[in-house]
Design a binder for this molecule. Structure first.
Ligand code: ZN
Ligand code: ZN
Ligand code: ZN
Length: 322
């Protein structure tokens, strides 16, 4: 199914998708990268381009494009988000596992090797010196041994290795633990191989069409727009002018009735001499019948060269007998 969907999305999908894909091709962008903002993970490239700056709409658009086989996503990181506001400005705090106080300290333990007594360093401190609370002997570097570090709760005295981690959201103030946290994946989005192929075919075909129309004396604009009588601007994949003659064409991978209907509306408003739907696959007979009633030529062929040959035949000026 993917092979059918990709060209569909790329060519007839939503205009926002078209703009994004065109911009990526123009600027040779292969990957849509995330960025962290106060609002969480965002995709700046998409927010510039008609998703109204909304993080949510940019994300759902990307997920649609993944479902349609245009992009594949790559997990690049994970991030802790606030469960209540989805903010990412989070402060981690350590609490006592017993009484839940935030007032805990890291303590280091030492052993008085002369008598074997072990306690926190604090308990040994007497002014500038270390004195053993058990045998009251003074500790020198030689007869003290560091044992390691741990946590101690100031209010309840409980000692522990792993504190309870409490996150606090800087944006809304919510407190939450790792169970409530949203541990969200961060993806970047890359064109699939199928999409790259479909795009390169479309691009190749367009440049061949441009070339052959120029040979026939046309001035050609690719992916441009024409003003209609209604005042609406209509986008076409190919716009070509030769004197008073105007040609407007759209590319389609599968020449559907929807393509024809949408082209007919544009044709009606802009009245070019030649209106064409150029397709890499042969249209079904009912589609041909519709195209005839609309006055739209369907130019199809399995290879780009076959299409450009047909195109040249159509636009060749009739030879004037001398
Ligand atoms: Zn405690
Ligand atoms: Zn001692
Ligand atoms: Zn929050």
């Amino acid at each position: 199914m993917k092979n059918v969907l990709i060209p569909y999305v790329l060519l007839h999908g939503d205009p926002v998708v078209k703009t994004i894909v065109e911009r990526m091709l123009d600027e040779n962008i292969q990957t849509i990268r995330p960025q962290l903002t106060e609002r969480g993970i965002s995709y700046p490239l998409l927010e510039d381009l008609g998703t109204n700056g909304s993080v949510e709409s940019a994300k759902s658009l990307l997920e649609d494009l993944v479902a349609n086989g245009v992009f594949e996503r790559k997990l690049i990181d994970r991030i802790v988000l606030c469960p209540s506001c989805k903010g990412y400005l989070i402060r981690s705090k350590y609490h006592c596992p017993k009484c839940d106080s935030f007032n805990i300290e890291q303590v280091s333990f030492i052993e008085h090797t002369m008598c074997g007594y072990i306690d926190s360093r604090k308990k040994f401190e007497k002014g500038d010196e270390l004195v053993c609370p058990k045998c009251v002997g003074r500790l020198s570097v030689k007869d003290s041994r560091p044992i390691g570090q741990s946590f101690e709760c100031n209010p309840c005295g409980f000692r522990f290795d792993s504190p309870k981690i409490v996150e606090q959201c800087n944006t809304c103030g919510e407190h939450f633990g790792s169970r409530e946290a949203v541990y969200s994946p961060i993806f970047e989005y890359i064109f699939t191989e199928e999409a790259k192929n479909a795009l390169s075919k479309g691009t190749l075909l367009l440049s061949m069409i441009e070339e052959s129309l120029k040979e026939e004396g046309f001035e050609v604009t690719l992916r441009g727009s024409l003003p209609g009588k209604s005042g609406v601007e209509h986008r076409f994949d190919v716009i070509a002018k030769r004197g008073e003659e105007l040609l407007a064409a759209n590319l389609s991978f599968d020449a559907t009735n929807e393509d024809l209907t949408s082209l007919f509306a544009k044709k009606y408003d802009t009245s070019p001499k030649y209106s064409m739907l150029i397709s890499l696959s042969k249209p079904a007979p009912p589609t041909v019948a519709i195209s005839e009633s609309y006055g739209i030529m369907v130019v199809s062929g399995s290879k780009p060269s076959e299409i450009t040959e047909k195109l040249k035949q159509i636009v060749k000026p009739p030879s004037v007998p001398k």
